[in-house]
Design a protein around this ligand. Structure first.
Ligand code: GLC
Length: 800
């Protein structure tokens, strides 16, 4: 066996033998003779944190990523030692720490090795900046797969790839191009049916190598800071993702309108143009909830100002749009124009809120308005000031929501595209350079924005969007994938990015539908809309310099198909809202890759295209021109074709027809899917009745519907309605039981059930154990029933 001393090559340093072990309740400390300390914290039976110090010295323990509300607290913890190692046992794991090398090996309680150090922790001293480049290498198995890592535009299985996390303004990025706009140093490993996760909580530039350089080795490293990672055991991927999500947080429920369809362009101006676009939506009966104002609404791109020539009376305009059912979303960038006649600039300057370079001068760089200075959002006082800047916009002018862009921060005309590395930051009282603060800069900006918007739209709920993000940013804002391109390849990328973000704890995501750069043709636009309506954030946005990208810009045929799919999104709003509720409450990703859905089926490990929307709807985008359909994999189990209602048995590939007006969609057997009537915007209509599409299954299936006032905070006081449906199908009967929770009274009194796939003819109906006249419930066609919303059990029986 090679010892660590022999490995001291290429400037790498390694821990040597352990000379001391101490325990402080849930924290264990192992100190080596050459001054390395490994701190292991048992946070839960399956959640363990590893931190390494060199020279006996830990850095202050501070993280922007970890949610202060995450649940911690350990259960069982035993430590024993033998000649060669310490053995730590938790309720779910056994961790060995090698006495000679400090390497660790983690097994489940059945003794299966889940994750194992190769060289383990090692480091290189950084003479230029101080501190270390910290590194970790682990053994990976031949059949092991890797998922997660945020917005990487590559195959969802990362095996054989090397990636970097450094948030970057990557205009018109390409497939495989890396890094992009987000830094989420979290991955999921899956080997022999068991999943685990590693979250490397380090905001410096981090890199991950998934068996690319060396075949059976996975390694990760950072340019500075601590080797500080959380190990999360599954064995189900859903548990890994939910633990990571719990650790880094989830957002609160957004207002429901944020889940509607949104239209954006760089830029709609002047006011007449905004109004024209809005009324076109209403005239053509295409549902839409929000319209976006990009940078041109500002006076010379100065944030928190209006171009009064183009927008003489923003308050009136916003009100008029609101009367027509439109919310107005405005853009705010981080760069503040250097201008002594500009109040925002003067306030920041007087209060010393701008970032400074290493030797003291203000950090400056060019963005849209020309030379700018940049507020240091890692300073809590700056965040408070920034939050207050929204007061006039939100509470006086009535702006509904804010869109933060360029917050990597993007700087023009410099090769690094961002702030110089010696730029200094407060980092909430742990001062550092941009090397450490870069990846969290945008996150802290949007955090401040979120605080301000939340305060000033109260009692309504805030809605905020960001382009740059670090792990944990999902607590504050939704996001989009940045400046994509109107190509078929980008449609593929958007699909992968969305699934990957959802696996990385960040569900409220969408792409610029149709592509930001260049111009889609009608076919590409339709196919992108068909995918986009199944993404949590659903917005058309484009650079606007190649032509129009509104739903009606491609002719009547395309307009009609686009309308049909946007209408489907509006019908599915209660389903989508329930998905969001489950994301916030149960940390369940809103979109699930097939590998998440069924990790035991190895067919799923290399699939990229198909995904599950929520828990019951299987979707597969068409990603090629001139397609009349496609081959796709249907996961195991029984499904219904959404269009034909035909039953399909999964576990195999299948050709699915999908002309331009169709998309392959399947519904899980046993599912109960809630639908609202089509509305032109959320709240347009009183919901007179809830429609439940019921898909028969032989056996049991649970479904939920979550409802509340769609905005405001009453739901936090219990005013929500959570309906848990349990469907039980037998040869000659179908029973639906309803268990309700919460005190919200929905507007409607009745529920309409549309039954699909019943293998028998209904002969008798019992509601709450009482036999009911068939005719009093059955509506047209025989398999549609109407029932009081407060039923507790419905039993249908008949003969085959
Ligand atoms: C950036 C954004 C884009 C926006 C443009 C102008 O490129 O990513 O969405 O339209 O800036 O503000």
């Amino acid at each position: 066996m090679i010892t660590n001393t022999e490995l001291e090559y290429k400037g790498n340093l390694y821990p040597n033998h352990i000379v001391e072990f101490t325990q402080d309740t849930d924290k264990l400390y192992f100190t080596t003779e050459n001054g390395v300390v490994l701190q292991i914290t048992i946070l839960r039976g399956s959640l363990v944190r590893f931190r390494y110090a060199t020279n006996y010295n830990f850095e202050p323990d501070f993280s922007y990523a970890i949610d202060p509300d995450s649940t911690m607290g350990y259960s069982k913890l035993d430590v024993v030692e033998n000649n060669s190692e310490y053995i730590i046992s938790t309720a779910r794991l056994s961790i060995l720490v090698d006495k000679k090398t400090l390497r660790t090996q983690i097994s489940d309680i059945e003794g299966n090795i889940i994750n194992e150090d190769e060289l383990g922790f090692h480091w290189e001293e950084n003479y230029e900046y101080g501190g270390n480049t910290v590194k970790m290498s682990k053994i990976s198995q031949i059949g092991e797969s890797f998922f997660g890592m945020g917005d990487k535009a590559m195959h969802s299985n990362l095996k054989g790839k090397k990636v970097e996390n450094w948030v970057t303004d990557q205009f018109a990025f390409a497939k495989e191009q890396d890094p992009l706009y987000k830094a989420i140093p979290f991955y999921i490993g899956l080997n022999k049916g068991k999943a685990y996760g590693i979250f490397f909580d380090n905001s410096f530039k981090t890199s991950f190598d998934f068996s690319q350089e060396r075949r059976n080795i996975t390694s990760f490293w950072a340019d500075g800071g601590e080797l500080n990672y959380y190990f999360i055991f599954g064995p189900d991927m859903s548990r890994v993702v939910s633990s990571y999500s719990n650790l880094t947080g989830t957002p609160e429920l957004p207002p429901m309108w944020a889940l509607g369809f949104h239209q954006s362009k760089w830029s709609y101006y002047p006011e007449s143009n905004v109004k024209e676009v809005a009324s076109e939506f209403r005239n053509r009966k295409i549902p839409c909830d929000a319209i976006y104002l990009d940078i041109d609404y500002m006076d010379g791109f100065r944030c928190f100002t209006w171009d009064k020539n183009h927008f003489p009376d923003p308050k009136r305009m916003i009100q008029e749009l609101e009367q027509d059912g439109f919310k107005t979303v405005i853009m705010i960038d981080p760069g503040i124009k250097v201008d002594r006649d500009y109040w925002v600039y003067n306030e920041a300057l007087e209060n010393d809120y701008f970032c400074k370079r290493g030797d003291g001068p203000l950090m400056h760089g060019k963005v849209w308005p020309g030379e700018c200075n940049f507020p240091d959002f890692t300073n809590p006082a700056v965040r408070e000031w920034w939050a207050e800047l929204y007061k006039e916009f939100m509470s006086e002018l009535g702006v509904h929501a804010v869109w933060n862009d360029m917050n990597e921060p993007a700087v023009m005309e410099v090769p690094t595209k961002t702030a110089p590395l010696d730029t200094r930051h407060n980092y909430d009282g742990y001062p550092c350079t941009h090397r450490k603060a870069h990846n969290v800069y945008g996150m802290q900006m949007v955090r401040a924005t979120y605080e301000g918007v939340k305060k000033y739209v109260y009692p309504k709920r805030p809605f905020v969007i960001t382009r740059a993000a670090f792990a944990g940013t999902q607590r504050y804002a939704s996001t989009w994938t940045g400046d994509n391109v109107a190509t078929w390849e980008h449609l593929w990328i958007a699909n992968v990015q969305m699934q990957r973000m959802c696996l990385s704890g960040y569900s409220f995501v969408g792409s610029d539908i149709g592509g930001f750069a260049e111009q889609p043709d009608g076919e590409l636009f339709v196919r992108w809309i068909q995918l986009g309506i199944f993404h949590p954030f659903c917005r058309v946005h484009s650079s606007g310099d190649h032509g129009d990208q509104e739903p009606w810009s491609f002719g009547v045929e395309i307009t009609d198909i686009v309308r049909k799919f946007i209408e489907l999104r509006y019908q599915l709003l209660p389903y989508l809202y329930t998905m969001f509720y489950k994301y916030t409450k149960e940390n369940r990703p809103m979109i699930q890759s097939l590998v998440y859905y069924d990790q035991e089926d190895t067919q799923t490990h290399f699939r990229t295209d198909e995904f599950i929307f929520g828990e019951k709807i299987l979707v597969c985008p068409i990603q090629e021109p001139n397609a009349q359909g496609r081959r796709m994999y249907i996961p195991k189990g029984e499904w219904y074709d959404f269009w034909t209602h035909e039953s399909v048995i999964g576990g195999k590939e299948k050709w699915v027809a999908a002309g331009l007006d169709k998309l392959p969609i399947f519904i899980k057997a046993g599912a109960i899917i809630p639908k609202y009537p089509i509305q032109q915007y959320v709240g347009e209509k009183k919901i007179e009745e809830l429609l439940l599409e019921v898909y028969y299954k032989m056996g049991v299936e649970a479904s939920e519907v979550y409802e509340d006032a769609n905005n405001g905070y009453d739901y936090k006081k219990g005013r929500y309605a959570l309906s848990n449906y349990k469907l039980t199908g037998k040869e000659n009967s179908l029973t639906i039981q309803l268990f309700k929770d919460g005190s919200f009274e929905t507007e409607y009194e009745t529920i309409k059930l549309n039954l699909h796939g019943l293998p028998f003819q209904i002969e008798s109906v019992m509601v709450d154990n009482e036999e009911i006249e068939l005719e009093s419930l059955i509506l047209s066609g025989g398999n549609i029933l109407r029932i009081d919303k407060n039923f507790t059990s419905l039993h249908l029986s008949g003969k085959e």
